[in-house]
Design a binder for this molecule. Structure first.
Ligand code: 5GP
Ligand code: ZN
Length: 114
């Protein structure tokens, strides 16, 4: 989608600090990190929210988690730990309407999240 910021990052039209890429997903560093390590894993295909996943696209969620697992190993926080989350729509705190998995590490996470 031409007006989607994450589609534009996937396409290389706007810069991002990309750390990982497969045939189906891309991961890059969050521009406004909420932890010492904060990455976003996005499907290359535009899907607006979790609500828009279906049987044809649900495998992308697995691809996103496999990417997160690999990045955690590569960045050295697999054993110390990390948090993954997906925000959905207004009450979930979603600001960018292209599904993305937040991958955060490097500090002790609070619970419950705000
Ligand atoms: P959401 O609130 O939608 O779950 O998360 C959107 C995330 O995208 C935020 O953490 C925000 O900092 C990040 N973000 C928004 N615009 C950009 C951008 O242009 N580049 C990068 N790297 N991150 C972005
Ligand atoms: Zn998009």
């Amino acid at each position: 989608m031409a007006d989607c910021i994450f589609c534009r990052i996937v396409a290389g039209e706007i810069p991002a600090d990309k750390v990982y890429e497969t045939g189906t997903v891309v991961a890059f560093r969050d521009v406004n990190p909420q932890a010492p390590k904060h990455l976003l894993v996005v499907p290359k295909r535009h899907i607006a929210t979790l609500n828009d996943l279906d049987e044809q696209t649900i495998a992308l969620v697995g691809d996103m988690y496999l990417a997160a697992k690999q990045i955690a190993a590569d960045e050295g926080f697999a054993e110390s730990g990390y948090r993954t989350l997906v925000n959905c729509n207004e009450d979930g705190g979603q600001d960018v309407f292209h599904v993305h998995l937040h991958l955060m590490a490097g500090r002790r996470m609070g619970w419950p999240p705000g």
